[in-house]
Design a protein around this ligand. Structure first.
Ligand SMILES: [Zn+2]
Length: 99
């Protein structure tokens, strides 16, 4: 993982927090509406909320993934130069790409 990638992701997360807050307020406010519109409003806010959360999870998974450098294990990022065998000594993943 790289520091710039982590810093950018942290900044993005902090920027997204107010949006998540507005989404929660939107869901709460949708209960002020009566009739069928209530559930339409709730569904819209809930969809946006879940979408933002899934987006954040996706971005954090990307930010925390090991850097794929040539000659490194594709699973854990361990440098495989000079390592014999077909399994990563660090995580045990099968090495299938040429080194
Ligand atoms: Zn590995």
């Amino acid at each position: 993982m790289s520091g710039a990638r982590l810093a950018g992701t942290a900044l993005l997360s902090v920027g997204t927090l107010p949006c998540l807050g507005f989404g929660v307020f939107g869901m709460l406010a949708s209960f002020e509406v009566t009739g069928a519109e209530r559930w339409t409003a709730f569904a819209i806010y809930a969809t946006i909320e879940v979408g933002m959360l899934l987006g954040l999870i996706f971005v954090w998974r990307w930010a925390l993934a090991p850097d794929l450098v040539p000659g490194a294990c594709g699973h854990c990022g361990y440098q495989l130069r000079g390592v014999g065998g077909d399994h990563c000594p660090e995580c045990g993943a099968t090495i299938d790409e040429p080194r």
